[in-house]
Design a protein around this ligand. Structure first.
Ligand SMILES: O=C[C@H](O)COP(=O)(O)O
Length: 315
């Protein structure tokens, strides 16, 4: 299967400079999403299983070890108990990827073997990104050498806050080049960007510079993924596709913890971008502790009761 890439474009400020956001309208629209669908039971299970295949199962903690990463990878390869999957008639379900720090990539690759589950590595001085550019690029190359299939970069927030779109474009383009054939997600750290206009413009620049996905947050900002900010980013993806013909993926990350969150974000993708954006090549959910609640709800769907805690996912 050929791997989808966004080739990017030249920097085109004319594609985004005129953007104005009607904040109350965005917030009203986002507020309707969690209640928009009263999903029938069977559909609910299907949406939860789909969320699982789109999760970037993540550990990004200072006390990560090879053993913890190996346990995470075991969960990524078998995210839902086999007896539940059998009842649902589902085989071969894995998460979309695992996401780790660069020094954990080799351990993740070893643990995942030939399962086909990709390894995503954060890089570029995650989470703040305040390192000289040559060191950030070297970190990308290190993660790629270790075997990372995907690289989650962070941007220099100051470039956005100062409206320095050329500097932002050049930085992300250089990162894209350093990624080589590994696909790149650009983390905008939207909680740091001060306005919806900045989020929209940074989304456009990141896509023009060749990001394969745009991602909301590191999980370490004061405010991480929200539905209003995700709506802004999805509309930027839609506009960029109209302007350039290229499809770019979306990854909300940070603070997504419940099965209800997983469904709300999928409703957003379906309504704003269409069903192509419910597949792992165009949609990922970055989460360290979402899978447990999803498995709980799937278990309830299959057995009619909630399983005891020891049966639930570590993540
Ligand atoms: O990219 C993924 C995020 O770091 C995960 O954030 P979380 O720990 O709030 O789920």
């Amino acid at each position: 299967m050929s791997v989808r890439r966004n080739p990017g474009t030249d920097l085109r400020p004319d594609w985004f400079e005129g953007i104005r956001i009607n904040t109350p309208a965005v917030e009203r629209r986002a507020a309707t999403l969690p209640v928009r669908r009263s999903l029938k039971k069977d559909w609910q299970a299907a949406w939860l299983l789909n969320a699982v295949r789109c999760i970037d199962l993540t550990t990004l903690a200072g006390d990560d070890t090879d053993d913890r990463v190996a346990r995470l990878c075991a969960k990524a390869m078998q995210p839902v108990a086999p007896d539940l999957l059998k009842e649902l008639g589902v085989e071969g379900l894995t998460t979309g990827a695992v996401c780790v720090y660069p020094t954990m990539v080799a351990a993740a690759k070893r643990a995942l073997g030939n399962s086909g589950v990709p390894v995503a590595s954060v890089a570029t001085g995650f989470p703040a990104g305040l390192m000289p550019l040559d060191l950030r690029l070297a970190e990308i190359r290190y993660a790629v050498d270790q075997g990372a299939d995907e690289i989650d970069i962070v941007i220099t927030r100051a470039h956005v806050l100062q409206g320095n779109w050329a500097a932002l474009y050049d930085e992300i383009s250089a990162m894209r080049e350093a990624c080589g054939s590994s696909r790149m997600k650009a983390i905008l750290a939207t909680g740091d960007l001060k306005s919806f206009e900045n989020v929209a413009k940074a989304s456009h620049v990141a896509m023009q510079a060749g990001s394969d996905w745009i991602k909301t947050s590191t999980g370490k900002e004061g405010v991480n993924a929200t539905l209003p900010v995700s709506l802004i980013m999805c509309r930027a993806i839609r506009d960029y596709q109209t302007q350039s013909g290229n499809a770019v993926g979306f990854k909300p990350a940070g603070g997504l913890r419940t099965a209800k969150d997983a469904i709300s974000w999928q409703v957003l993708m379906k309504e704003e971008l269409g069903t192509d954006w419910l597949r792992p090549d165009l949609f990922r959910i970055g989460a360290s502790s979402l899978l447990g609640d999803i498995e709980r709800q799937i278990s309830h769907h299959v057995t009619g009761r909630y399983a005891s805690a020891h049966r639930q996912a570590i993540a």
